[in-house]
Design a protein around this ligand. Structure first.
Ligand code: ATR
Length: 288
């Protein structure tokens, strides 16, 4: 019987890329890049690469020696990739982590971090009419994701950023490291007081994610014009977003950040800046 499943064969010139992580089975990147490869008819492949942290360095070098175009790097290897790169983009250096590695023709490893780019591009696409950097931003959380968001917002021209984190010291350390006078730290329990005259609220904590408690914050003091966004995308509509929508604030969910952060790598490795569409969103969210 002939299979009706359409599939692409690879040629001897196929470009190869993938995502390294441990574990990596949860990653949506193979599905995302696979969609774009099929859509644009590209002779290439993007695969999941489960690599234990102890084998990370050897694996990265092997991929270069195998002729890969590049790889995405995910938890817990984003920080481990930094010292391996021969060159880092300015944003990777400032964010302090690498999520996109490109193997140049001369063998050099180029490290970039596209998380902040993905964050901003998602807001631009989903809320094109909202000047989300016209006033203060309130950023909840002070982990790795927060750092990428902070750097991106500063670069975008945010006039003031208020960070609140459950562990105050982590926010203080992050603010001291980034060292920009536009950043202030506020105590987690009084985060609602920081919402006054804000134009943007971002949840970068894991609260609201499937299996985690909800992010409970009283939005009463937030102007109704402020954009509320969450980097959590499972579920797509978090409690925070539902609460914001109910009171009339514009909202943007976190899926687009994941989709847009993948664009620069795809562009470098496969030669096309791919489009983020509703069809792609549906495809990535549908079961494998
Ligand atoms: P990531 O790299 O994805 O940002 P992370 O570095 O583990 O992940 O950061 C998780 C963030 O969620 C942190 O800001 C964390 O707060 P702490 O620094 O106090 O740990 C926040 N977070 C996780 N669980 C939380 C909870 N139950 N209440 C409040 N904040 C929480």
């Amino acid at each position: 019987m002939t299979s009706r499943i359409p599939y692409r064969t690879l040629s001897g010139n196929s470009r190869l890329a993938g995502v390294m992580g441990w574990p990596v089975s949860h990653s949506k990147s193979p599905r995302l890049h696979g969609y774009w490869l099929a859509k644009y008819g590209i002779d290439g492949s993007y695969m999941p690469l489960p690599v234990e942290p102890k084998n990370f360095q050897a694996a990265l070098n092997s991929l270069r020696n195998l002729g890969f175009s590049g790889v995405n790097v995910t938890i817990p290897q984003k920080e481990m990739a930094m010292p391996e790169c021969d060159e880092l983009s300015e944003r990777a250096r400032r964010i302090g982590a690498v999520n996109t590695v490109t193997f140049a023709k001369d063998g050099r490893m180029l490290g970039d971090n596209t998380d902040g780019f993905g964050f901003i591009e998602n807001l631009r696409q989903e809320a094109p009419d909202i000047a989300f950097c016209s006033g203060p931003a309130v950023v909840l959380g002070a982990g790795g994701a927060s750092r990428a968001v902070l750097v991106a917002l500063l670069d975008e021209g945010s006039p003031e950023i208020r960070i609140a984190n459950r562990t105050r010291k982590r926010a203080d350390d992050l603010a001291a490291e980034i060292n920009d006078p536009r950043i202030t730290v506020i105590d987690w329990p009084v985060a609602p007081t920081a919402l006054e005259n804000a134009s943007l609220v971002v949840n970068t904590t894991s609260l609201g994610m499937v299996g985690q408690p909800a992010l409970e914050i009283d939005l009463t003091g937030l102007p109704q014009s402020a954009l509320v966004t969450d980097i959590v995308y499972a579920p797509l509509m978090t409690d925070l977003l539902m609460q914001a929508k109910k009171r009339g604030n514009p909202i943007v969910d976190g899926l687009g950040m994941l989709l847009h952060q993948a664009r620069p790598g795809f562009h470098r490795w496969f030669g096309i800046d791919p489009e983020v569409t509703q069809e792609l969103r549906d495809f990535v969210l549908s079961p494998d």
